[in-house]
Design a protein around this ligand. Structure first.
Ligand code: F6R
Length: 371
């Protein structure tokens, strides 16, 4: 079932143009004639009004699923006008954080069976919130227990490290944001531009997968390192956290995702000539800030690997001296789907080179059904 691939994780990384196509199938309306360009999410359409009227939206999940929520938070806030609060399921339960009847709680879970997320669902239901599931598993406990929801339709994911489910979660939640904003005239151009890029997304992911051999070379350079830092911000703060999680969970290398805006508040002390640092600096509203982050890291002789948009190498790294990885550019909110791919490839190659089990990392289970 692995076909031409050595591992499920590798297969699932390379499958993403197809899994994303399946996630979007039948849900994007191209427009033209008497049809309006838009999205159709059957499982949500009767609840959109209630969600738009809610006082607050909560995104609740664990691990990679939490990161998918984080990647789409800004777009949901932009298009719905409703503030979005991020909750790690275990932390919400630990502190019994307040949830109200006027809240809408989204439960993001690939398996739909994660114990912490499931318990948070029971808790939010008892508080009277509208509960929405975002899962990959039809008939799972979270799919059954929520009031309504969206299936991400990424297909079965076997590798313990989540890859294609992550990108499909972001695509599904982006469509959700578009649906929430569909009655707002002022955001119409923005929504249409995102929809156009969603149609383009599988091809762009195909394009970024061509970095495979470059990421293998990078993995060869980094394989004996103790540690790796990843700096991101804005839409790609999530990419930094998720990229670091992939590296630590499969390659068993310490790796930390850091919000670049926090760099001066502590992490800068770690910078020297040896510690590898990946900076995500693709084109968006935050990229000039990332440019100055790169300058400050270079001033401290940081060992930099910069991920930037195609053609931006000289702008982002004018003095040379850093390794640059160029990726295709889409609408800012879709860029996390593109930008995570080099990290998935890097984590995969690091793991193989370091001789660890790719599909079954030590101490981890695919579905965490105990809390
Ligand atoms: C990391 C990973 C985990 C899961 C987490 C939640 O690659 O797979 O962090 O994302 O255990 O799992 P689900 O999404 O099934 O609730």
């Amino acid at each position: 079932k692995k076909g031409n691939y050595d591992h499920y994780m590798q297969k699932e990384i390379h499958e993403q143009p197809d899994s994303l196509t399946t996630t979007m199938r039948g849900r994007l309306i191209r427009g033209g004639g008497d049809k309006v360009k838009g999205v159709l999410l059957g499982g949500l359409k009767d609840h959109l009004k209630t969600i738009r009227r809610s006082r607050r939206i909560l995104f609740i999940g664990c691990g990679t699923s939490y990161h998918a929520g984080l990647a789409t938070r800004a777009l949901v806030e932009e298009l719905s006008g409703v503030p979005v609060t991020m909750e790690l399921a275990s932390d919400l339960l630990d502190r019994q954080g307040p949830i109200y009847r006027e809240d809408t709680a989204f439960f993001v879970s690939q398996s739909g069976e994660t114990a912490d997320t499931l318990q948070a669902l029971e808790y939010a239901k008892a508080c009277g919130a509208l509960c929405v599931g975002v899962t990959n598993t039809v008939g799972s406990a979270i799919a059954r227990g929520t009031h309504c929801g969206v299936h991400i339709n990424a297909g079965c994911e076997i590798g313990v490290a989540s890859t294609k489910a992550y990108t499909s979660q972001i695509a599904a939640m982006t469509m959700m944001a578009l649906a929430l904003g569909e009655d707002t005239l002022s955001s119409r151009n923005r929504r249409e531009a995102i929809i156009d890029d969603l149609f383009n997304l599988p091809n762009m992911v195909e394009e970024v997968l061509k970095l495979d051999s470059d990421m293998k070379v990078l993995a060869q350079e980094l394989m004996d390192e103790q540690s790796l830092l990843v700096f991101g911000r804005g839409y790609n703060y999530a990419t930094a956290l998720e990229g670091a999680l992939k590296v630590k969970e499969v390659a068993l290398m310490h790796s930390e995702g850091i919000l670049a805006g926090e760099m001066k508040h502590g992490p800068l002390a770690l910078v020297d000539e040896t510690l590898p640092i990946i900076v995500i600096a693709t084109r968006d509203a935050t990229c000039s800030k990332q440019q100055s982050v790169i300058q400050q890291l270079q001033a401290r002789k940081g060992r930099l690997i910069v991920i930037c948009s195609k053609g931006d190498a000289n702008v982002m790294c004018p003095n040379g001296g850093c390794r640059v990885i160029e990726v295709p550019q889409l609408q800012d909110c879709l860029q996390p789907i593109i930008n995570i791919v080099p990290f998935q490839l890097l984590a995969y190659h690091l793991t193989v080179l370091r001789g660890f089990n790719v599909d079954q990392p030590r101490n981890l289970a695919k579905s965490v059904t105990t809390s």
